[in-house]
Unconditional design. Structure first.
Length: 297
């Protein structure tokens, strides 16, 4: 059983800047690279395991019109984002600077930054409840999943998408589950958006020009030859508590509900993340935000 760090307190959230996406082109920057470790191979089938995951449970820290992946170094150049995890994240953040920071996540060794567009209702900011980022296995043989390499970053989803029929995530509240924000929710329930990410890495690029194409989806549960390295599969869950279940007037800083997307910049302590991947994903467990599976120690 791996060690369980104590939870940390989050930084006080700041007031949002007015949502005003910039039309300026993001600055070009060289794509950083790394060398992947060889992928483990097995001749037998993996043992049956209902879950292969651990959770990052994090609260909002602040809101800024910054995006250190798309607009590095350009403060205020992006639409407004809600940040969870590392409270020091801003336009100048890099994976290296994050490692020196703190976190609003339950695991105190996860100084990663996670961010997504800010939700408003009739112009007023809607704060999310506790956000959960699931780190899962996206491949059949969960024993082969590797940790995210140092310096890794990724964008999941499409901020330009305004067609709910093409939305890759889901919205749900009460008995509703669909591609669009529902007309209303039961009073007292939370409106929840979820979105999964591709998880097969090319084994070299820590980023890509579009911040997406260095990872692709598995094919029939196996990573393709061009992207042979299975990394943890993200599934982000963002819940919002709405007074009376009223969903009218909801909009993201990037557009309607279909424009939901999220960014990840790796700030994990490398030994801690490796231990979680080995114990929770490779070990076929369902670990909470402290890396503990109470039913399978």
């Amino acid at each position: 059983m791996i060690s369980q760090p104590a939870p940390s307190s989050s930084a006080a959230p700041s007031q949002p800047a007015p949502p005003a996406p910039s039309s300026a082109a993001p600055p070009a920057s060289p794509v950083p690279t790394a060398t992947a470790s060889p992928v483990k191979t097995f001749t037998d089938k993996p043992p049956q395991a209902q879950y292969r995951e651990f959770h990052a449970n994090c609260t909002e820290t602040h809101r800024l019109s910054d995006d250190p992946i798309v607009f590095p170094g350009l403060a205020g150049a992006a639409h407004n984002h809600t940040f969870v995890g590392n409270p020091a994240s801003n336009a100048t953040s890099t994976p290296q600077t994050l490692l020196r920071g703190k976190t609003s996540c339950e695991d105190t060794l996860d100084a990663s930054s996670y961010w997504f567009p800010t939700l408003t209702q009739n112009g007023a900011v809607v704060k999310p409840e506790k956000v959960t980022i699931y780190y899962k296995s996206g491949v059949k043989d969960y024993r082969t999943v590797q940790p995210f390499p140092a310096g890794f970053r990724l964008i999941v989803g499409d901020m330009k998408l305004q067609d709910s029929a093409q939305f890759s995530g889901t919205w749900n509240c009460g008995d509703y589950l669909g591609k669009a924000i529902p007309p209303s929710c039961p009073a007292g329930s939370s409106l929840i958006v979820r979105m999964q990410a591709p998880s097969c890495w090319d084994g070299r690029s820590l980023d890509s020009a579009d911040h997406k194409s260095h990872v692709v989806w598995p094919v029939n549960g196996v990573c393709p030859a061009g992207n042979p390295v299975p990394l943890p599969m993200f599934e982000m869950k963002v819940p919002y508590k709405l007074p009376g279940g009223n969903t009218s007037g909801l909009a993201y800083s990037s557009g309607n509900g279909s424009s939901f997307h999220y960014d990840f910049m790796n700030g994990w302590d490398a030994p801690r993340q490796a231990a979680l991947v080995a114990h929770c994903i490779n070990g076929g467990r369902q670990c909470n935000g402290f890396g503990v599976d109470q039913h399978k120690p």
